[in-house]
Design a protein around this ligand. Structure first.
Ligand code: NAI
Ligand code: MG
Length: 536
């Protein structure tokens, strides 16, 4: 026992703390003639914020290998913010080489305690630069300060700290139950992970993706969404400052058809994690099948039901149901877009709900009194307006909104009125497809059986909610809902410690919680012979 302790002590002493942790790693591949690009300074309200603009490979912000750039837009005005380097397949290849070299060069077997420390250090640096990060996110996405600072930012930092804690707690099993053997499992990192994120939660999705992957010793080639690349770039600057070894996290800004497609089809990427539309998720799965069968996890769309029973606290149900749509202005995969109200309270609920939704203030997202800013992009704005038009044509009744929102001095921003449709039928487009905007459909029901059938009548299965004071009913309904998340007397509440993901066409696998660690580890079974003779 004493000897063991001494050996353990010596092995720790063999790596003194004054040696920088990057020295553990063998040198990663260096490319000749790499040109780096400097950060740009932006004036956001009264704040000067610098943001890197290059493609982040091996801890350097580089120029695009095809000398391409693209413009980043402010959805509050439709005007360009700045131009950044645009990656293509060549840049993805370079990023994968860097990620592979870092993985094989020591990161995959690095001390998990140090990986946890790096995640914590990144969280600390984000806290130091909190206001810069929030300002960038607001400018790039149209989010309000409330949304970015009360949800996206703490959600991101919380996720980092949570997975920092996990890094040295990912264990295998041991078995002495098979006579003549000792068997155990090792949880090993999967390898180079391609991660493709959307524009609705650019910061949060960046962190949701990297944190479990880093905790478990993987390396990353990230693609941010073309509409919202800025906070990922800022985080990469902090990743470098935190002391992450070169090549562990790489970021290629660019478009789906080029960068996303190159990641999905790459022969040296071991796993891809994606959040976005079901159509793109399907394409990624196909690319995996046609290339190297890389592991795939998908967080896709939703058309989530929100059920109100007559015994619910109606005032609270109205508030939560408003939040079910108003959070991130409806650009949320788990938004509560199909509200089912019991016939006994239907008229009362619709009146109170329309009043509450009508009180939402739409406007400049930098105005602190505003609840709903512009939609994220012209593409999204046009798509939402198209659905509103379709709803009217299909004969749904507009209870509220139904138009673009006029905002003083908006100069072409993408503002839409909170919109409620009633008199909907299950076969209407607005009842079946993901609108991803401030648009909600209300329908009437009379029995539990009926509402469960209506709620589950969708190709999606991401989230659902029930409002009732009867706990037995709450259990019957939540058990019957085909959804990855079910809320009782609340809506749009997601925590990093609890698994999140979809049934049916809402996805494959789970993010958050311990569940996400499974996406980023391979299980190796080792059998040691302790006395079995070879079969004759
Ligand atoms: P999208 O799924 O096309 O985009 C998400 C990400 O995938 C972006 O980074 C994009 O560049 C990338 N991508 C696009 N095509 C790709 C391809 N062929 N291979 C690899 N990566 C690719 O979604 P989009 O077009 O931005 O939005 C369309 C609709 O998708 C939205 O209106 C909404 O309904 C849904 N959506 C759902 C999200 C969710 O959180 N589940 C997030 C974003 C969009
Ligand atoms: Mg933008």
């Amino acid at each position: 026992m004493a000897l063991l302790t001494l050996r353990a002590f010596r092995s720790i002493r063999a790596v003194p703390s004054w040696i920088p942790r990057t020295a553990y790693l063998r040198p990663t591949i260096r490319f000749s003639s790499i040109s780096t690009v400097p950060s740009e300074s932006l004036k956001i309200q009264n704040r000067d914020v610098s943001v890197p603009t290059g493609i982040f490979i091996n801890n350097e912000f580089r120029a695009s290998l095809t000398s391409s750039q693209f413009s980043v837009e402010n959805p509050a005005t439709g005007e360009p913010i700045l131009s950044i380097e645009e990656g293509r397949e060549e840049d993805v290849n370079a990023a994968v080489k860097a990620a592979r070299a870092a993985f094989e060069g020591g990161w995959s077997t690095s001390n998990p305690v140090e990986r946890g420390e790096l995640l914590n250090r990144l969280a600390q640096l984000m806290e130091r630069d909190k206001e810069d990060i929030i300002a960038l996110e607001m400018l790039d996405t149209g989010k309000t300060y409330k949304q970015a600072s009360n949800l996206d930012f703490p959600g991101s930092v919380g996720t980092l700290k949570y997975y920092a804690g996990w890094a040295d707690k990912v264990l295998g099993l041991t078995s002495f139950n098979i006579p003549g053997t000792f068997a155990y499992t090792r949880r090993e990192p999967v390898g180079v992970c391609g991660q493709i994120i959307p524009w609705n939660f650019p910061l949060l999705m960046f962190i949701w993706k990297i944190a479990p992957a880093i905790a478990t010793g993987n390396t990353i080639v990230m693609k941010s969404a073309e509409a919202t690349p800025l906070t990922a770039l800022k985080c990469c600057e902090l990743i470098k400052e935190a002391g992450f070894p070169a090549g562990v996290v790489n970021l290629v800004s660019g478009f789906g058809k080029t960068v996303g497609n190159a990641i999905a089809n790459h022969m040296d990427i071991d796993k891809v994690a994606f959040t976005g539309s079901t159509a793109t998720g399907r394409a990624i799965l196909k690319s995996s099948a046609q290339s190297n069968l890389k592991k795939v996890t998908l967080e896709l769309g939703g058309k989530s039901p929100n059920i109100i029973f007559p015994d619910a606290d109606i005032a609270k149900a109205v508030e939560w149901s408003a939040w079910g749509i108003n959070m991130n202005f409806g650009q949320t995969c788990h938004a509560g877009t199909r509200i089912y109200v019991h016939e006994q309270i239907y008229d009362e609920f619709v009146a109170a709900y329309a009043k509450r939704m009508g009180s939402i203030k739409v406007g400049d997202n930098f105005d602190p009194s505003v609840d709903q800013g512009p939609q994220n992009s012209k593409m999204q704005y046009d798509k939402i307006l198209g659905y509103i038009q379709k709803g009217k044509e299909e004969g749904a009744k507009v209870e509220l909104g139904g138009n673009v929102a006029e905002v003083d001095g908006s100069k072409g921003g993408y503002y839409i009125q909170p919109t409620i449709f009633s008199n909907t039928r299950p076969d209407m487009k607005i009842m079946r497809e993901e609108i991803f905007g401030p648009v909600v459909c209300i329908s009437k029901f009379s029995t539990e059986e009926e509402v469960l059938e209506l709620a589950n009548d969708t190709t999606y299965g991401l989230a659902a909610a029930v409002h009732t004071k009867d706990y037995e009913r709450a259990l019957r309904i939540t058990n019957g809902l085909k959804a990855g998340t079910a809320w009782v007397n609340m809506y749009n509440f997601v925590h990093w410690s609890i698994p999140f993901g979809g049934y049916k066409q809402s996805g494959l696998g789970r993010e958050c919680g311990e569940a996400a660690l499974e996406n980023y580890t391979e299980v190796k079974a080792v059998y040691m012979n302790t006395g079995i003779p070879a079969p004759q």
